[in-house]
Ligand binder design. Structure first.
Ligand code: SAH
Length: 385
């Protein structure tokens, strides 16, 4: 198949159920249920070749062959960790790749998915920021990440499922790629897709206030907000987006989100950096903010805090807080009746911990081949160890 042919074919991974139905009825002149059959082949059995879709007649298979394709991300490298964590480097196009990680835990399996190649927000402690922003991922490229993991895990919906949760916490700011992210999350939750419960799909944002409100109208997923500081001066330093949407406005939007989805909480992520945002006074200030949030939503534990010990990466000026500091910080919050968890570091031996996922981004400052080589060396080093 040449490039021109590829370009005009509809990648079925770009379509949610509604889009698939429309494609089958309006474009192919077929019955609606055919769309459902094909979705099951794609997402339940991880089949991409129309010839293998045996309950589809030959004529329709021919029509599909001519006008559509199921194009999934290319696995460039993959690396299991000793603790069951699994990392992939996925090619998105000839020039761009992203990392993805699967983290199994007691009774659950969480996949960390990216929404953009690079990121434009420039959070000071995030390794993605150092790569700059290249482009948004398409729906196919977002749901395609879940597809790759689903195939690897032999995931079968409605039976014993290994992939139980998806967090939009990889590269990028999901609310800056709103339409594609929302559509991909719809496929994750659709029974014809991955059938995940709403609360098991989490969107994590640095705080794009208007888009949080839009999400509240249109979606029902869990919301996580990257707070990282209890006051505006410090937060603006760490998360420059705070200048545009300061903490009070952000918390108001979170409150509206929580109130719309009665009975569900919002998770506030707080990456702990030594001497920067990990002092007892920060914990006390954070506790006050969180209690005020619970009161505003009129629900106990409306705010959940997720403490993430900072994961260093080459060239960063920040350091991870000491373990005792992390524990003391948590204790202060717990004493103030704020539900607080500390995220365990997983996949540390394969650089798969939170905030460490990298990509391969073409920009003017870095030759992509050098970068690809570096990732290969890094992965091989772990292989040898
Ligand atoms: N843009 C979104 C999602 C991507 S980051 C957001 O900001 O929420 C997912 C989480 O990892 C965020 O809470 C982010 O602040 C955190 N993170 C980023 N870099 C990190 C690092 N080096 N160590 C620990 N956590 C980090």
């Amino acid at each position: 198949m040449n490039a021109v042919e590829t370009a005009r074919k509809q990648n079925l991974l770009d379509l949610d159920r509604e889009g698939m139905e429309r494609f089958f009825t309006d474009f192919l002149g077929e019955k609606r249920y055919r769309a459902h059959q094909v979705m099951k082949w794609i997402y339940h059995r991880h089949i991409t070749d129309f010839e293998e879709m045996t309950d589809i007649g030959k004529v329709l298979r021919g029509k599909l062959e001519a006008s559509a394709e199921v194009r999934v991300p290319e696995v460039q490298f993959e690396k299991p960790s000793t603790d069951g964590t699994h990392k992939w480097l996925l090619g998105m196009d000839a020039r761009n790749a992203i990392e993805m990680v699967f983290i199994p835990d007691k009774g659950r399996g969480t996949l960390c998915v990216s929404s953009q190649v690079g990121c434009a927000l420039n959070c000071q402690f995030c390794s993605t920021a150092t790569q700059g922003f290249n482009r948004n991922l398409s729906v196919a490229e977002i749901i395609g990440q879940v597809w790759v993991a689903g195939r690897h895990l032999g995931n079968v919906p409605h039976r014993q499922r290994k992939l139980t949760n998806v967090v939009m916490m990889g590269m990028g700011e999901p609310l800056m790629n709103y339409d594609n992210v929302v559509r991909a999350m719809r496929i994750m939750r659709d029974d014809l897709g991955y059938g995940l419960a709403n609360k098991r799909v989490t969107l994590s944002t640095a705080g794009v206030v208007p888009m949080i409100d839009r999400l509240a109208e249109e979606s029902d997923v869990s919301l996580a907000v990257s707070l990282h500081a209890p006051d505006d001066a410090l937060r603006t330093e760490l998360v420059p987006l705070n200048k545009k949407y300061p903490i009070a406005e952000l918390l108001e939007a979170c409150k509206r989100y929580a109130l719309r989805r009665k009975g569900t909480s919002v998770t506030f992520e707080y990456t702990l950096m030594k001497g920067v945002n990990d002092l007892p006074e920060h914990a006390r200030q954070l506790a006050r903010l969180m209690k005020r949030f619970d009161n505003a939503v009129q629900m106990k534990d409306a705010a959940k805090v997720n403490l993430i010990p900072f994961n260093p990466f080459p060239g960063t000026r920040y350091e991870r807080s000491d373990e005792t500091v992390v524990r003391d910080f948590q204790t202060l919050l717990l004493e103030a009746q704020v539900l607080t968890m500390v995220r365990r570091t997983r996949g540390g031996d394969i650089d798969a911990a939170c905030g460490q996922l990298k990509g391969q981004v073409t920009d003017r400052t870095r030759r992509q081949d050098d970068f690809r080589q570096k990732i290969a060396v890094r992965m091989n080093k772990h292989e040898a160890a």
